[in-house]
Design a protein around this ligand. Structure first.
Ligand SMILES: Nc1nc2c(c(=O)[nH]1)N=C([C@H](O)[C@H](O)COP(=O)(O)OP(=O)(O)OP(=O)(O)O)CN2
Length: 138
C-alpha cells in the first residue's frame, strides 16, 4: 500500500462562537479567537490517499486530478471566505479546525471514489503553522 499526498492552501476568516453562550463566556473560553469582528488564517490542507500503483501509469492517483478535485470541491468554497457566514456546509457549526476537517472528509471521500480506486486515508489541516488537526474518517 502506498500513501500519496497533495497539499492545498486557502485563506479564510472566522470566529469561534457558541451561540448558546454569552459574549463574556465565549471570550472566556475562546479568547482572541472569539473576536467579534473575525480574524483570519492561512490554512494548509494535506489530503492523503492510499492504494496500489497502476501498472500502466505508476500512479496511485494522478495528483493533478486530485488537486483539481480538491480545489473545485473544497478550496473554491472556502478560499477568501468567512467560514461562519459564507460556507453552506459550515452553517450552524462551530468553525473549529476539527469541524472543518470532518466536513471536508464528507465531501472529498465520495468524490475521490468517483475518479479513482485509491481511497481517502487522512486529512491534515493546519490552522496555523503550530496548530493542526488530523482526521482518518473514524
Ligand atoms: N482544538 C482547537 N483549538 C483551537 C482552535 C481549533 O480550531 N481547534 N482554534 C483556535 C483559534 O482559531 C486561534 O486563532 C488559534 O490561534 P493561536 O492559538 O493564537 O495559534 P498560534 O499557533 O498562532 O499561537 P501561538 O501562541 O503563536 O503559538 C484556538 N484553539
Amino acid at each position: 500500500m502506498i500513501y500519496v499526498s497533495r497539499l492545498e492552501h486557502f485563506n479564510a476568516a472566522h470566529k469561534l462562537h457558541n451561540p448558546n453562550w454569552s459574549l463574556a463566556k465565549n471570550k472566556e473560553v475562546f479568547g482572541p479567537c472569539a473576536n467579534t469582528n473575525w480574524h483570519g488564517h492561512n490554512y494548509e490542507l494535506i489530503v492523503t490517499v492510499k492504494g496500489k500503483p497502476d501498472p500502466d501509469t505508476g500512479f496511485v492517483i494522478d495528483l493533478k486530478r486530485l488537486s483539481t478535485l480538491i480545489r473545485k470541491n473544497i478550496i473554491e468554497k472556502v478560499d477568501h471566505k468567512n467560514l461562519n457566514l459564507d460556507v453552506a456546509f459550515m452553517e450552524d457549526k462551530l468553525a473549529s479546525t476539527e469541524n472543518l476537517v470532518v466536513e471536508f472528509w464528507k465531501i472529498l471521500e465520495p468524490k475521490i471514489a468517483e475518479i479513482s480506486s485509491a481511497k481517502l486515508h487522512s486529512l491534515k489541516l493546519y490552522e496555523t503553522p503550530r496548530n493542526y488537526v488530523e482526521y482518518f474518517g473514524e
